[in-house]
Design a protein around this ligand. Sequence first.
Ligand code: FES
Length: 85
Amino acid sequence: AFEAELRRSGRTVTVAAGQSLLAAVRAELPHVPYSCEQGFCGTCRQPVLAGEVDHRDELLTEEERRDSMLLCVSRCRGGRLVLDL
Ligand code: FES
């Protein structure tokens, strides 16, 4: 499990091992956009403010990975991410 701070909303969600970050975020913020949920479409891409992302998609470029992630498939390498949501 890891934590994701939703900085603009002032909330923190815990992402369980078998749960996607997208699902955990949408439990708090149901308007967050998504579509494929498989790392293909890029709809769920969001900026990352802090933390080390474990990128599990094959869509984003290296440059895009520096400051954003796909919430549906990617996870966290440390214990905590900070998102601009
Ligand atoms: Fe399609 Fe995440 S919802 S890439």
